[in-house]
Design a protein around this ligand. Structure first.
Ligand SMILES: [Zn+2]
Length: 84
């Protein structure tokens, strides 16, 4: 899949809502690579064998979500803040 084919981060909100009891669109993330802080919805979502969210500033991997029949594996990178 081309790197140009992505949706915004809201495209995986439903997937993340399955594993987190929070509204993920209210989360912000500070990038481990470039240090920028962006809302989850501003991240770029790429859909392939896994769903991958990339930093809108530097394009490094932020979240990787892999689904199998009986589980969802989520790899987090960076610092995530959930507003209450
Ligand atoms: Zn970054």
């Amino acid at each position: 899949m081309s790197d140009d084919q992505h949706t915004d981060g809201n495209g995986v909100a439903g997937l993340l809502a399955q594993v987190l009891a929070v509204e993920t669109t209210t989360m912000t993330r500070s990038c481990q690579s470039c240090g920028d802080t962006n809302p989850m919805g501003a991240h770029r979502a790429y859909h392939g064998a896994a769903a991958v969210l990339r930093c809108p500033s530097c394009a490094d991997v932020a979240v990787r979500i892999t689904e199998t029949d009986d589980r969802v594996v989520v790899e987090w990178r960076g610092t995530f803040v959930i507003s209450r």
